[in-house]
Design a protein around this ligand. Sequence first.
Ligand SMILES: [Zn+2]
Length: 380
Amino acid sequence: MRALVSALLAIAGVAMVAAPAPPAAARQAAARPADTGQRVILVTLDGARVEEVFGGLDPAVLASTLGPKARLEDQPAYKRFWAPTPEARRAKLMPFLWTDLLRDRGSIAGNRNLGSVVALSNRRRFSYPGYAEMLLGRPLDAEITSNDLKPSPRQTVLEYVRTTLGLDATQVAVFASWDVFNGIGEQTPGRLTINAGFEALAAAPDAAAQRLSDAQFDTPTPWDSVRHDYYTFRLAMDHLQRHRPRVLYLALGETDDWAHDGRYDRVLEAFARTDAYLAELWRWIEAQPDYRGRTHLLITTDHGRGPSPATWRDHGEQVDGAERTWMAVASPTMGRRGEWRDHAPLTNAQVAATLLAWLGLDRRAYAADAMPPLPGVTGR
Ligand SMILES: [Zn+2]
């Protein structure tokens, strides 16, 4: 009887595989939110102060790093980055950000002189809690108490995007200068593509990528756990070009490490190099039909640092001012340009929901207590 029905159905063009209970994968696909095809790139500059982002070179800090006989005006960093006004200084430090991206494409919050406050939600004011608050959508002060390399205590928003949209591991990628991102990025090791710290490419796709991967070990930094941002950026661009991920997280580190070492000149150079990386990244986005007009960029930091010559090297619970952060966004669905003014305070914990909204996903389905997206970010 079954054979007869099958034969009749086959004649009628009805497949018997349309069984009453569809396979699990099909059920999951049916329950999946519609994939809007949008793309997100998150960039962080570790410990990048609001003072430099909005005011460029801080002459009091530079002067504090000099010996008693040295003249400020003679310093290469001064000659390169000094200008009479904060607006002119910041444009010298980060020309792409200030004279291109924020003029034509996006906006930045965090300039307290304009009534624009961005601050951490966590009270610890060091890196793991800062990154975790962005990737988890809320602070977890009781659970995250150190910078130890440990898996995230909860599923990160990056893991959620991958599983919810049914993407493969190349499609949600993290490239980081600091090795602790092997923990920060994911609760379940291996769920994402993560390359962090001095880490070789798992499988270099060609000779050029292999040379790049090898070179990071021949060019040590003063820090065991942080490689040069150059490699992080180049490896990320290679992945972007080759795998065309839906979500890329580029986590740069030198703005923090040179500051801890008291090398303010190198801090300024790191800001300027990062600005050139952002310019290259943006030019690449604009040149790709599958990225142009559908890529949302968010640039921020994991914490501030002390505001004065006595405190700028440090951050942490005891350092007032280290809670001050900033956030730049360039999104085809946001019309705001330049600097935000006179608005309700924003927090880094809003990053997770902002990324989700851009991808057409609901933050409450990710975490009931996740903070809302930035105002003006429209979701589905
Ligand atoms: Zn630090």
